[in-house]
Design a binder for this molecule. Structure first.
Ligand SMILES: C[S@@+](CC[C@H](N)C(=O)[O-])C[C@H]1O[C@@H](n2cnc3c(N)ncnc32)[C@H](O)[C@@H]1O
Length: 198
């Protein structure tokens, strides 16, 4: 099937972006085999605070928006945190280029975009394929932590976790670390769910 010139250019840009990200990841993750992963980390408030309290753990945050990542990098540099990494990257592309050996101790999603219209649900970060990929990279007992102010998105996530054979919701689990994110501060309330890899 023939593709348009615009589509071909977009594919070319994507290939270049992934190649550059792969090089960046390889350099940053030399000697690193396990990470705590935050997808859609925004300004990096939560991850910076977590990394400061867990200096032995490599903490990695990604976000699509450059200036949000720059804010995270500023926080990291100010505190001289060697265990904290931020990348400007799309979730799917990051998971594609991340070195195969890297395992996830914990994956965190805080106030991800809810995409409320049904026709946009496929844009939500939580999807069966995403949970498959995170499960593949997570050892038994590893955690998946999700928090949102949006009740339908929270219910969507609970349903996807319940339907997934490798995740089990743990209603007794404590939230791993409390630090108000930029978006959490704007919201009146939120719903949290923690699941374990089984
Ligand atoms: C509502 S904000 C929440 C940010 C932060 N977690 C907080 O609580 O303040 C959602 C973030 O997810 C990022 N995001 C959305 N889709 C993404 C994707 N596919 N890959 C990486 N980041 C994404 C957005 O750029 C945005 O910064």
């Amino acid at each position: 099937m023939e593709i348009s010139a615009a589509h071909a250019r977009e594919l070319e840009k994507q290939t270049e972006r992934k190649a550059a990200l792969k090089v960046e990841c390889s350099a940053a993750f030399e000697g690193v085999n396990r990470i705590l992963f935050e997808a859609g980390c925004g300004h990096g408030h939560w991850l910076t605070s977590y990394a400061e309290e867990n200096l032995e753990q490599s903490c990695v945050g990604i976000d699509l928006i450059s200036w949000r990542i720059r804010k995270g990098l500023d926080k990291r540099d100010k505190r001289q945190l060697q265990n904290l990494h931020f990348f400007k990257a799309d979730l799917g592309e990051f998971l594609e280029v991340l070195p195969e050996r890297i395992r996830f101790d914990m994956t965190v999603l805080l106030f991800p975009d809810p995409w409320p219209k049904a026709k946009h649900h496929r844009r939500r970060m939580v999807q069966a394929g995403f949970l498959d990929e995170v499960a593949r990279r997570t050892d038994l007992g590893g955690r998946f932590c999700f928090r949102s102010d949006d009740l339908p998105y929270y219910e969507w996530t609970v349903e996807h976790l319940q339907a997934h054979p490798e995740w089990e919701i743990d209603t007794a689990a404590e939230w791993p670390h409390e630090m108000e994110t930029y978006f959490q501060e704007l919201m009146d309330g939120y719903h949290s769910v923690v699941a374990h890899r089984v």
